[in-house]
Design a protein around this ligand. Structure first.
Ligand SMILES: Nc1ncnc2c1ncn2[C@@H]1O[C@H](COP(=O)(O)OP(=O)(O)OP(=O)(O)O)[C@@H](O)[C@H]1O
Ligand SMILES: [Mg+2]
Ligand SMILES: [Zn+2]
Length: 508
């Protein structure tokens, strides 16, 4: 029989659906036909596979060859299928045994000389292969990444010949030696919260944001430490657990940059510039790739100078801010990526930056200020639970000698508060739905009146109402209190600075 079947994996979002490569040799005029791959990918793959087979000392079968990649409607990038195609050809023509093939899945691009080249997206493929009970054979350069999938059977090879040896003997390749490393979750150790002097009000908000998973907006004049504060948020958040670390790594694995093993288990901190394109921010491309909002999954997305971002891009953020996912549609193809990030945004109070500053005069007119702020839509502002002003510090405080709290100290409090939330509702407070808010964030009658009065006075939306309750719940959790008390509620209300300072102006 001159049919061989080899298993491999395609990539769709961060899923890796199974693909069978069926190779059939028959009589008739010699030729090579590949079904189920896009035209351009087929041509390149043909050339590489032919070169690799011949330069490895095998014979390229002079028969009519039909190769089917099934199912046909999957998105398929060319390179990764070179190795399974080559092995199928060699097995169908009797040059390697086919008995062991079905215990493996193969991925890898071939160089003309037969060397295996690294590909993208190996981690999702490894997770799926593990669950199918097979051994994954990848380029050696990808083996370290594949080994992150705990419990997976992985072999790495540098050359087509090594893979063929493995098919002959079953024990030619040794599994890669990797130190199994638990995700540390401790991001950016060089950025400690104790570097930031003063700003205790902002630090308090940062701690609440970390504890409850709340979004945060920092408003203040230039040079008051907004960027410093934002970049220290991942370091006070609870460490990533294994499942979160794998999800985050899987997204990086399929991204244009690929996975950096140094970042394994580290909470992401992504700070795309406001000039970055829509595709770079939310994802896209012919073969859809995740954007910054997905690379920030389980971590922090920092948008500095918020009003400078393209308004259409900011509007796109509304959906993932609610659902934690983004769907990218392009022509006939669609990809879905996780995007459960915590948003930290920073902005100046006005175009010149010095509105309300004690030392410098603001040169902006009222209308200019209004237009500047109107660049951020009300619905987006509504989705940011904590608004905080970051004022200029007296030089005395900046120089001051009193020690500041370290990230580790704050993180311990955050973890305790987060634990309470998980025990109570199985999720951080920011993720509570309307029903759950009513259930878990009950107020006394007096506090209820207090809140209604505040909403009226500040002209807040119904969405803001629920957000205040969630923040109050987090403040109570940090205080170790089973119920929300008046001081927790009033503090939560105080974090609606933008609603307040925008003084009743409505934004579309
Ligand atoms: N509270 C602070 N403690 C220690 N250093 C500070 C503090 N605030 C500002 N700095 C110093 O000022 C520099 C600028 O801070 P940072 O970039 O965080 O300000 P910013 O508010 O983001 O300003 P901009 O609005 O211009 O982006 C820091 O690199 C740091 O050296
Ligand atoms: Mg800054
Ligand atoms: Zn100004």
């Amino acid at each position: 029989m001159s049919l061989a079947i080899v298993y491999t994996r395609a990539q769709a979002g961060i899923d890796a659906p199974l693909v069978s490569v069926e190779v059939h040799l028959s009589g008739g005029l010699p030729g090579l036909f590949i079904v189920g791959l896009p035209e351009a990918a087929v041509k390149e793959s043909k050339d590489r596979v032919r070169g690799a087979i011949q330069n490895s000392g095998f014979e390229f079968p002079a028969r009519r060859i039909t190769i089917n990649l099934a199912p046909a409607d999957l998105p398929k990038e060319g390179g990764r299928f070179d190795l399974p195609i080559a092995l199928g050809l060699l097995a169908a023509s009797g040059q390697i045994p086919r008995e062991r093939l079905d215990q493996y899945e193969f991925l890898g691009e071939l160089a003309l000389g037969g060397e295996l080249r690294r590909i993208r997206g190996v981690l999702p493929a490894t997770l799926a292969c593990r669950d199918a009970g097979r051994t994954l054979l990848t380029p050696g350069e990808n083996a370290g990444e594949a080994m992150l999938a705990g419990g997976a059977k992985v072999l790495g090879a540098a050359h087509l010949l090594e893979v063929c040896q493995q098919m002959v003997t079953g024990n030619a390749l040794q599994p890669p030696v990797m130190q199994p490393r638990a995700p540390s979750g401790l991001a950016l150790l060089d950025r400690d919260l104790s570097d930031v002097r003063g700003q205790h009000h902002a630090k308090r908000a940062l701690e609440i944001a970390a504890a409850g998973g709340h979004n945060l907006l920092l408003i203040g004049p230039p040079g008051t430490g907004k960027t410093m504060l934002a970049s220290r948020l991942p370091g006070i958040m609870p460490p990533l657990n294994e499942a979160e670390a794998l999800e985050t790594a899987a997204i990086a694995s399929v991204s244009a940059q690929g996975l950096d093993l140094q970042q394994w288990g580290v909470r992401p901190f992504r700070a795309p510039h406001h000039t970055a394109s829509g595709v770079a921010l939310v994802g896209g491309g012919g073969q859809p790739r995740p954007g910054e909002i997905s690379l920030a999954h389980h971590g922090v997305l920092f948008l500095d100078e918020l009003p400078e971002y393209d308004r259409r891009v900011l509007e796109v953020l509304r959906e993932p801010l609610e659902s934690g996912r983004i769907t990218i549609s392009r022509a006939a193809r669609q990809a879905d990526f996780p995007a459960r990030f915590q948003l930290v945004a920073a902005m100046n109070p006005c175009p010149c930056g010095y509105l309300g500053d004690a030392e410098r005069h603001c040169a902006c007119g009222q209308e200019q200020v209004r237009r500047y702020r109107a660049r951020i839509s009300g619905p987006l502002i509504d989705r940011i639970d904590l608004h905080i002003e970051v004022p200029r510090l007296a030089h005395r405080i900046l120089r001051g000698g009193s020690p500041e709290e370290s990230s580790a100290t704050v993180r311990a409090r955050v973890c305790a508060a987060r634990e309470r939330q998980l025990q109570r509702a199985g999720k951080p407070n920011s993720a509570l739905g309307t029903r759950e808010i009513e259930h878990y964030c009950a107020l006394s009658d007096a506090d209820h009146k207090l809140l209604e009065h505040a909403l009226e006075r500040l002209g807040l939306s119904p969405r803001a109402y629920h957000r205040i309750l969630k923040v109050a719940r987090t403040i109570a959790d940090l205080a170790g209190s089973g119920t929300i008390k008046t001081p927790h509620l009033t503090e939560a209300i105080s974090y609606r600075a933008l609603d307040r300072t925008m003084g009743g102006v409505r934004y579309s």
